[in-house]
Design a binder for this molecule. Structure first.
Ligand code: URP
Ligand code: ZN
Ligand code: ZN
Length: 455
């Protein structure tokens, strides 16, 4: 054996039990009591939890956006991922109008080959069908293992939005290919109308970022997206769900047998719109914005009751000086916040405090992402799967600070957040890449995850 992890408590999406795990050639080869094979490395996990590595299915690395580029490269973003127990990262390359998606994917793969510190996959954002050429390219993309595509129903002025007809064409095409459409749902016209009014009235603080896109503005688009998916009988994955009304409509559709999947993010579970009243409110500007307490309560409830399928970060940090562009005008703040290193520790701490179960965290951060997005070798501690493993010390106290993160950003919305318990080791395909606060991996270690459709 290459590695045996002994005496730990294994957590799956359904069980918790004491057992050892044996690893060979990057794969889990045995799970059982008192495995007594010889191994090159033996880790004693007495008193620790042994969990699958998390899959962050929503990140924006080195993404040109908001007049700049997001602060984490593929190297620093995946390094931070490793240090937060994330062993697979999904990025969202964005097609620029008129361009091919296949060449975009090739470009990103080439960067990741040398930079990625953990395994990686892509959902490809489509902004333009190029007279139908993209509908043809999608088939090749699926063959290459890119089995999900994203549409923005917002960001009209940024040239990223698709109209309803394009969205529906993509839903239909994805269905033919056994692929998935992911959607960012907010109503662009009402946002733009609100922004125009607020700016005319001199209402320029981050609070008006929230008021220009409040609960019902997101809810309309959530419901519209669900409506089209339902009526065209297509699968739909709603990213970064943040509002109660849209959430309930999507859960209703799911419970009525429609193939609707729902993601939320830790920032919506921790913060409310009150953050936009703070002095540093601009640092919290992301879209959709944090919502009120009622929405936050509904999100937690939906995690506990199975309405929400996945929890991912929407990691898209910007530097302080870039956030400062919007000091006197919220529309100039680049949208996005950090989270890749906080996702798993935050959710596991919530479990440790009794807010949800550890099994539920594994389900939403590991097992469901793998199942929904066709990562056959990932997402659970089972014989035959990749040995992507996190060892978690439930007694370790940790306070998040920009100084103990492993990203390239210079501030974090999570500053000062106290966590109960923390990952102490991350293992990627059998290799130790993080230990006791220190990154031990190397750029280029990460492999492309060729996904399969769920057909
Ligand atoms: O504010 C955000 N979420 N920035 C990243 C792009 C997106 O909408 O997901
Ligand atoms: Zn989005
Ligand atoms: Zn996003």
């Amino acid at each position: 054996m290459d590695l045996i992890i002994k005496n730990g408590k294994i957590v799956t999406e359904t069980e918790m039990f004491e057992a050892d795990i044996a690893v060979k050639n990057g794969k889990i080869v045995a799970i059982g009591k008192n495995i007594d094979h010889q191994a090159e490395t033996v880790i004693d996990a007495m008193g620790k939890l042994v969990l699958p590595g998390a899959i962050d299915v929503h990140t924006h690395l080195a993404m040109p956006f908001g007049g700049t580029v997001s602060a984490d490269s593929y190297l620093s973003g995946t390094r931070a991922a490793a240090c937060g127990g994330v062993t697979t990262v999904f990025d969202y390359p964005i097609q620029r109008k008129g361009n091919s998606i296949l060449s975009l994917i090739d470009e990103k793969k080439a960067i990741c080959e040398t930079e990625a510190c953990v395994d990686y996959a892509f959902h490809c954002c489509i902004t333009d069908l190029n007279d139908g050429a993209i509908l043809a390219e999608m088939e090749k993309a699926v063959e290459e293992g890119i089995t999900s595509f994203k549409c923005f129903l917002v960001y009209k002025k940024e040239g990223m939005m698709v109209d309803d007809a394009t969205f529906v064409k993509l839903l239909i095409r994805a269905k033919e290919l056994g692929a998935m459409i992911n959607v960012h749902a907010e109503n662009p016209d009402i946002i733009d109308m609100n922004i125009e009014t607020f700016l005319k009235e001199g209402k320029t603080s981050p609070w008006y970022h929230y008021l220009s896109r409040p609960e019902f503005v997101e809810a309309e688009a959530d419901k519209r997206a669900v409506h089209w998916a339902k009526n065209f009988d297509a699968a739909l994955y709603i990213v970064h769900m943040a509002d109660k009304e849209g959430l309930e409509a999507a859960i209703d559709a799911k419970r009525n047998g429609n193939q609707i999947y729902i993601e939320t993010c830790p920032q919506y579970l921790e913060f409310t719109s009150a953050v936009y009243q703070r002095e540093d409110g601009r640092n919290f500007v992301c879209s959709p914005p944090m919502k009120g307490q009622e929405s936050q309560d509904a999100l937690w409830n939906a995690i506990r009751t199975g309405g929400i399928d996945t929890i991912a970060t929407d990691h898209c940090p910007f530097q302080s000086y870039e956030k400062d562009w919007g000091k006197d005008d919220f529309t100039k703040i680049p949208n996005g916040c950090a989270g890749i290193e906080n996702l798993y520790p935050y959710m596991l701490s919530a479990a440790n405090e009794g807010k949800v179960s550890f099994n539920k965290v594994v389900e939403c951060c590991c097992a469901n992402p793998a199942k929904i997005f066709g990562c056959a070798d990932k997402g659970s501690l089972t014989v035959g799967k990749d040995a992507d493993i996190v060892i978690y010390d439930p007694d370790k106290k940790f306070t998040i600070s920009v100084d103990n993160m492993h990203s390239d950003y210079d501030h974090t919305i999570w500053e000062g957040k106290e966590l109960k318990g923390y990952p102490v080791m991350t293992i990627s395909r059998g290799k130790l890449i993080f230990k006791d606060g220190e990154f031990l991996g190397k750029p280029g270690w990460g492999k492309f995850v060729k996904r399969v459709t769920n057909n």
